[in-house]
Design a protein around this ligand. Structure first.
Ligand SMILES: [Fe+2]
Length: 397
């Protein structure tokens, strides 16, 4: 193995399981040993069983590719391991064939016993951190949670949710818990067919956020800070919902309207669940045909909202979230006066959220630059709403 040392920021990591066996690598693959990046597989070489076993023996769980080769490498994975690649985009952990869910470690309270196991993934290894169960609940001290990602088994998601509910009952209604519980609901909604039960839970959650009262100050700030690098569709929806509700609160919508706006903004992209993941996760520009398919997510969202019997205001908000005031939006190419009020709010929140979220190949814009783009996109967004939105986010810039 030849040695090459490069800046850590010039690499991105992935799991060895993602590499297809016996296929020529499109670029150099590196391994990190003793703090150095060493070439493991040269461009054109195969990932062999021997190399795989060698990695296992050394307990190496992360491989690296130079950031310059990211697109080449992702195209390669998309071709040979589409499902695994898609899962990796979703930040899912699959270890020994079991699925794990990354939890927000700030939501673990050292004083409240946990009745499920916690695992630690520090980027190199995966270990059992807390061996707890229903019969044997345990507490965990803060210092043990400091390094790496904290994971739980997917089968313990309900228990985790119950744990969060317990925290809320104990009066610990901090933003992080509110966000984590809302995230779990949206996760369900975006991963299974939506039904009335989870819709009702979503409605309750929105009420809870509205009633929390200080949405436009602390909650908003913390929700956005906690955004990090999540790639999930539902996290995008959660952020759009937060931004829409914050704007709704700022312009003093009444409680009922806020609730409906919350539902519309949370479900605005629900139709994406009907679009092929290959299109949704494609790197680079979509072809004209792919873009036509992508655009159908609006109609699909509307269909789902209608099936759920949601009020007209919600349906309109969902239907108009990609319309532009100058008539250049889609799917209806509506002009200003025809676009619903909720549609105008969600369009701003959605556009801002997209611009400030890092994509596979693009860096996220800073809030300042994202807002600047919205302002420069003359004739696209409602001027008064955009001005309020900018003032509202002013503190974050
Ligand atoms: Fe959308």
């Amino acid at each position: 193995m030849s040695t090459q040392i490069r800046e850590i920021d010039n690499y991105f990591s992935f799991k060895p399981e993602l590499l297809p066996l016996g296929v020529q690598s499109p670029c150099e693959i590196f391994v990190q040993e003793d703090g150095e990046y060493k070439v493991l597989i040269k461009q054109g070489e195969h990932f062999s069983l021997e190399i795989k076993n060698n990695l296992k023996e050394k307990n190496i769980t992360n491989l690296f590719v130079s950031i310059h080769n990211k697109k080449v490498f992702q195209d390669f994975l998309l071709e040979f391991k589409p499902k695994e690649y898609f899962d990796s985009l979703l930040d899912r952990y699959t270890i020994n064939n079991e699925s794990y869910y990354k939890i927000e470690k700030e939501c673990i309270d050292p004083e409240i016993p946990i009745n499920f196991c916690l695992y630690l993934h520090d980027g190199k290894s995966f270990n059992l951190l807390l061996d707890a169960s229903e019969e044997n609940p345990k507490n965990i001290s803060e210092d043990k949670l400091s390094e790496g990602d904290i994971l739980i088994s997917k089968k313990d998601l309900n228990r985790y949710n119950e744990y969060l509910q317990k925290l809320i009952k104990e009066g610990k209604t901090e933003t992080k818990i509110l966000k984590e519980t809302t995230k779990l609901i949206l996760r369900d909604i975006y991963s299974e067919p939506i039904n009335r039960k989870n819709l009702m839970i979503l409605g309750d959650k929105i009420d809870e956020i509205i009633n929390y009262g200080t949405l436009e100050s602390k909650v908003l700030e913390n929700f956005l800070i906690m955004k990090k690098l999540d790639n999930y569709n539902y996290v995008h929806s959660l952020n759009v919902m937060t931004l829409s509700l914050s704007l709704g609160l700022k312009i003093k919508l009444d409680k009922e309207d806020l609730r409906l706006l919350g539902i519309a903004s949370a479900l605005h992209d629900i139709g994406k669940t009907k679009i092929s993941p290959l299109i949704l996760s494609k790197l680079g520009k979509l072809t004209e045909k792919e873009f036509q398919i992508f655009k159908t997510h609006v109609i699909e969202s509307v269909k789902i909202a209608k099936e759920l019997g949601l009020p007209e205001k919600v349906i309109e908000g969902i239907a108009h979230h990609h319309e532009k005031l100058n008539g250049n939006g889609y799917p209806f190419k509506l002009k200003s006066e025809k676009i619903s009020f909720f549609g105008k709010i969600i369009a701003i929140a959605d556009a801002y959220e997209m611009l400030t979220t890092p994509k596979a190949m693009k860096y996220a814009l800073t809030p300042y630059n994202a807002l600047l783009i919205l302002v420069q996109d003359k004739g696209c967004y409602d001027k008064a709403l955009l001005e309020t939105f900018i003032k509202m986010l002013g503190r974050l810039i």
